[in-house]
Write a protein that binds this ligand. Structure first.
Ligand SMILES: [Fe+2]
Length: 214
């Protein structure tokens, strides 16, 4: 998920669909492929993928039970789709109450939507130029709740550092689209002005079992 620059209302997808023609993961993947085939500028990609993600999250019956499974050690990170050209991935993240990420980046565009309950997101700005290895200075930009009916986004290089967590009392589920298959992020510690790389993995039965996730 994506460190996002700001939170904005989801756009009207412009379509009305009944249960017989509900918009599902296959439709969403096809739409994202079509968007990326046009090689739009990154802000346009984010805007158009956000509109489709809103539609996908509106009726989440397509999300299988296996991708709704939480983990007690850490929030669960389920891989739903990986583009054959490695242009994007789609994930479902399941958050038990109290589970949260550290402050991290992604080094790619990303969009997050919510299918169950809400998440708290705090966005940070990096103040230093990154020239000192292991050193990073952050400033908190904004924070807010992301809930069903809204999306948030990552737009590097200026809006891509964030922390997400479930500060509610019910399990939350979010859908994330990232512009690359992420196996490593940078984790920031503002109290010590430090940053370090961290490897990340998926957790889902389809991906071979339990792994650490971020
Ligand atoms: Fe993230």
């Amino acid at each position: 998920m994506a460190g996002s620059g700001r939170i904005f209302p989801a756009m009207n997808p412009g379509t009305t669909q009944d249960s017989a023609t509900a918009y599902g993961l296959r439709d969403f993947v096809s739409d994202v492929e079509s968007i990326l085939d046009r090689h739009p500028a990154m802000p346009v990609t984010i805007k158009e993928v956000s509109a489709r993600l809103y539609e996908l999250c509106r009726d989440p019956r397509w999300l299988p039970r296996s991708a709704r499974e939480p983990r007690t050690e850490c929030y669960a990170r389920h891989l739903l789709h990986k583009d054959r050209q490695n242009r994007f991935v789609v994930l479902a993240l399941v958050w038990l109450p109290g589970q949260a990420t550290p402050i991290h980046d992604h080094s790619c565009w990303g969009v997050m939507g919510i299918v169950e309950n809400t998440l708290q997101e705090v966005v940070y700005e990096r103040l230093d130029d990154g020239s000192r290895p292991g050193h990073a200075e952050l400033r908190e930009l904004q924070g807010g709740q992301v809930s069903a009916g809204s999306t948030s986004y990552l737009l590097p290089p200026y809006h891509e550092i964030h922390a997400i967590g479930n500060n509610g009392d019910r399990t939350s589920i979010s859908i994330h689209v990232y512009g690359r298959d992420i196996d490593e992020v940078n984790v920031f510690e503002p109290h010590t002005n430090s940053v370090r790389p961290m490897r990340i993995k998926y957790f889902s039965p389809e991906c071979g079992g339990a792994d650490f996730a971020i």
